[in-house]
Design a protein around this ligand. Structure first.
Ligand code: FAD
Length: 521
């Protein structure tokens, strides 16, 4: 039996197998040559002390002990070509993992996606960055893999059900992600690696007899006697099936409008909104690791910060170490920011959404829009930002200290946001109460993280797509819409997930519920 050990080592030892073996050999009192293999089971960074340590949980295999490299196999996917069909709208994490789960359960998914496949999508991202052209069906939020494809690929979640999380992580590994994601306390994949994994998932769905239809936008849901009959797409084609997983994400405003028009119950939902802050990565490293230079063995430092300001939570969101700020608008006439990182997180800057929790009462000026009030509030800020920054994909920007002092920045250095920035007093972007909380909050952040509040940090606005402004309510047990039989609101857009992992888990849950119902009938 291999010996399991918990230990703390220096970053250098943790990143060098031979040094680690030597270190362990002293601990367990055998010669280093006797150690055949060290399997890392868990890894996290302890940056609380000046000398940073890496916490490891390892299994030590001595010579002669049976040892096999970890190989995670795909589940036993069935051929579902002739099986009962289920429509899955949206090929984001929720839709794709729903489709895989349906196949595992012997059902045939027909995945309908408004955007292009990962390759085709790349050209449209270039057009946003370079030419300021936003394709309403193919952008950083829409297209194969959904909003998660060109992201940092952070895979942590607040979900308490570790089993569900592990299952998704293992599936990602089986589809080509590095095994490190099963070990790291804060796993991430990176923008350069995600597209291939997503393409492999799509190919598996098709290989098993499922269908994936790109550039196919749902424009109507056929409902009879409060029961789903099928969908209509933008070309007027109909696809008939009485089970529909609606996983269209938090940016599909046309879906929320369609449901509202059809009087299918939806509700306004609070979300969070703010700016995306960018610091030099070296500055964040020096704050988080209490050092001038992080050295070659530590990864670019992340940060996470939360404060209560005027009774509201203000917190960092989707922090991307060594990353880039991306233009994430889904329609012309608006600007939206978010962030991504490559797997090595080797860019010179660290960015993070810094957002404030909103309350339903904040949407009062938009009350006439009913359940869409939050969405209209969100849209108004994105459109105002577009207008203030010059009606292109440039974003309003301001240096952080200048913002706290109500001063327009005299210059904005080049940031990672490729379309460019326009120096604007951020106070103009947000309603007064939000600007005030942000100003106060950054001052508070500066007190807890010495060096954070600096004019070297550039704020970009807005960070507005943190979660869905609408909930599509469903029965907590059956996961079916409260009114419409056969409709399964799913993932982040429906208000039941926040992030890649929780969206994927929700996709699987909806597929399982559908299989349960079909088995009973
Ligand atoms: P989505 O991923 O939004 O997918 C919905 C899909 O539905 C899209 O592909 C869309 O094109 C399609 N669709 C919409 N309307 C229609 C229609 N009418 N007809 C057909 N198809 C339609 N989360 C993390 O956990 N970690 C991260 O590091 C991270 N970084 C991010 C970085 C960026 C730049 C962005 C934009 C998001 C990031 N997120 C991250 C958030 C994460 O991507 C989402 O939480 C997740 O993708 C939600 O999954 P979903 O399947 O519910 O919806």
């Amino acid at each position: 039996m291999p010996q399991e050990l918990l230990l703390q080592v220096s970053p250098e030892i943790a990143s060098n197998e031979s040094l680690l073996k030597t270190h362990l050999s002293k601990q367990i009192k055998v010669s280093a040559n006797e150690i055949q293999h060290v399997a890392i089971l868990k890894r996290s960074i302890d940056a609380r002390q000046k000398a940073i340590k890496i916490n490891l949980k390892v299994s030590i295999y001595l010579k002669g002990e049976p040892f096999q490299e970890l190989k995670i196999e795909l589940p036993d996917y069935k051929n579902v070509s002739n099986a009962q069909e289920v429509i899955v709208v949206g090929a984001g994490p929720a839709g794709l993992f729903a489709a895989l789960q349906l196949i595992e359960l012997g059902l045939k998914p027909i995945v309908v996606e408004r955007g292009k496949d990962v390759r085709g999508r790349r050209r449209d991202l270039k057009a946003i960055n370079r030419d300021h052209i936003v394709n309403e069906d193919s952008n950083y939020c829409f297209g194969e893999g959904g909003a998660g494809t060109y992201s940092d690929g952070k895979l942590y979640t607040r979900s308490k059900k570790r089993g569900d999380v592990t299952r998704i992580l293992e599936l990602l590994v089986a589809f080509g992600a590095t095994g490190d994601i099963l070990v790291d306390a804060h796993p991430h994949i990176g923008t350069n690696k995600l597209p291939q994994i997503i393409q492999d998932i799509r190919e598996k769905i098709i290989e098993c007899g499922g269908q994936v239809l790109f550039e196919t936008r749902l424009t109507d849901i056929l409902i009879n006697n409060n029961e789903v009959q099928g969908i209509v797409t933008q070309n007027g084609d109909t696809i008939l099936a009485n089970k529909l997983i609606l996983a269209t994400g938090h940016s599909a405003r046309d879906i929320f409008e369609l449901l509202d028009k059809k009087k299918v119950l939806i509700e306004a939902k609070p979300f969070a909104l703010g700016v995306r802050a960018e610091h030099p990565q070296s500055l964040i490293d020096s704050i988080q690791y209490s050092c001038d230079y992080r050295g070659e063995h530590l990864p670019p430092a992340p940060y996470s910060i939360v404060k209560q300001v005027n009774g509201r939570g203000m917190y960092s969101f989707c922090m991307c170490p060594g990353g880039v700020i991306a233009p994430c608008a889904t329609s012309p006439g608006e600007v939206v920011t978010n962030g991504w990182s490559p797997s090595k997180r080797d860019q010179a800057t660290a960015n993070s959404g810094i957002v404030i929790e909103l309350k339903l009462e904040d949407f009062k000026p938009f009350a006439k829009f009913g359940a869409l009030a939050g969405m209209e509030f969100q849209k108004s800020i994105e459109q105002k930002s577009w207008h203030l920054a010059g009606e292109t994909q440039k974003v309003p920007a301001q240096r952080m200290v200048d913002f706290t002092q109500n001063k327009v920045s005299s210059d904005i250095p080049k940031t990672s946001y490729v379309p460019g920035t326009t120096s604007v007093e951020m106070g103009q972007v947000f309603p007064g109460f939000l600007s005030q909380i942000l100003r106060q909050g950054f001052t508070e952040f500066g007190k807890s993280m010495k060096g954070y509040l600096t004019n070297e940090a550039i704020l970009h606005a807005p960070e507005s797509r943190t979660s869905s402004p609408v909930r599509i309510p469903r029965d907590p047990l059956t996961l079916e819409h409260l009114q419409i039989k056969g409709l399964y609101p799913c993932g982040e857009g429906a208000g039941y997930a926040g992030g890649i992992i929780s969206a994927a888990i929700d996709g699987e849950k909806c597929a399982l519920k559908i299989a349960e119902v079909l088995q009973k009938n």
